[in-house]
Design a binder for this molecule. Sequence first.
Ligand code: TNX
Length: 534
Amino acid sequence: MKHLLFTFFCLWLQNIVCAQPNIIPKPSHTLLAKGEWTMKEKTKISTPKDATWSHVGDMLASQLSRATGMKITKVKEKADIDFAVSNDESLGEEGYKLSCTSKGVVIQARTAKGAFYGMQTLLQMLPAEVFSPAIVSGVKWSVPLATITDIPRYSYRGLMLDVGRHFMPVEFVKKYIDLIALHKQNQFHWHLTDDQGWRIEIKKYPQLTTIGSNRSETMKGHYTEAKYDGKPYGGFYTQDQIKEIVKYAADRFVNVIPEIEMPGHALAALAAYPNLGNNPDKIYKVGTKWGVYSEVFMPREETLQFLENVLSEVIELFPGKYIHIGGDECPKTQWKESRFAQELIKKQNLKDEHGLQSYVIRRIDKFITAKGRRMIGWDEILEGGLSPNATVMSWQGIQGAITAAKENHDVIMTPTTHMYFDYYQADAKTQPLAIGGFVDIAKTYSFEPTPQVLSQEQGKHILGVQGNAWTEYMSTPAYVEYMVFPRAVAVAEVGWTSKENKNFDDFDRRLQIHKKRLDYLGVNYYGAPINSKF
Ligand code: TNX
């Protein structure tokens, strides 16, 4: 009892004498000491020589200089903000150790990526003004004395952005990546094609963008009572822009996962190349309604070759391990009615149309695997049997995830119940139009990615967690920011912070301070003091 009282007393004392570093996501271990270290005009940064480490130092120098107005530079000799290589294996590929003493800050990691996360923590230990894009004067640039050891819980921590339904400009995509990196997330899943728009330039098939990236009308309102203004809507990324974004993300240790939808969600592609569909003589139009279209790819040999040719160009543009091929919501009506599809089912000894879906996915899996990459698909790639190398992105609940993990497949968790930013986050009457449902930030935060029914071995297949921004109703960047933030901050903590360290009240307290950082970064989050119009 005495011991317990003493512990409480110490904690209370620590609270009043030590400034709480309000770090999001919450680090694994934080030990605070009394006092602080203050940055000065002559503060310098040093890093190991390696180019990637050096780049982390440059990024820190430019952010510190921008906000403080001091000329914080990088030097060769050991400095008061010192990045150093650690050989502590327990830190893994992404962990870091940060210690702030009266002499300055040391960030140790095994990799430059770990150092980058240490840098993000350091920035959050400074006053929120450090995130300002312009000089803020009159601020004491102090860091509380502390030792932090921090290792993420999951290796996959991501956000998805759907640019098929609404195109988002390059500058916004970069901002989205910045926000991913700020929260120590490492995956940007880019949903590039859908019924309502094809957004990536493919040199071999120019009509995908000349035709497939434009729809005839803009739609406003819920799909049940939509209004059309008759104005064309469109947009796509050139391959040069894609390269620029991939490089921008890599500089921030974010991997970009491109998604090319197949065999469903294919209408924009069919509008460009009708020979890929059920009826080559039909005139298909890029979708102007939300929802699922029955027009899908017909898996003739020429269609499969088209898909492989598209993926070949995609693979050249995106150096990361994963290629996402969609696979979700493929209505089977056209395949049921098609003589070709029925004959193929017989010839290949497939059970039914679900078997045909699996046939397409397996063929594509083989192609992607032969190119040295890994295929990801939504839950529905489980239909008719999972192809050997597939990673499942589980959105329909957690049952698909459990099935896949039990079959030794890797899984990324992104269930609608917790991870869908197109659901309402507050009373619908007070909110801009959303798809329906209700997922508030507490719900998102409460998500436990590893289903209890899995054994420890099976649980290792749960790679991590992702939040999804489907943009049927999010027509502008400001709208996306409003729907995504602050829920994405909770997703980041779910992915990074250990189960034991998670606590919603504590998160919510840190979030209130974090919001000031988001204000400086100009993020139009729900609850922001000034909400822009969308
Ligand atoms: C289902 S989640 C979809 C999307 C929609 C979303 C709306 C998934 C793999 N497919 O095409 O935008 O619902 O919530």
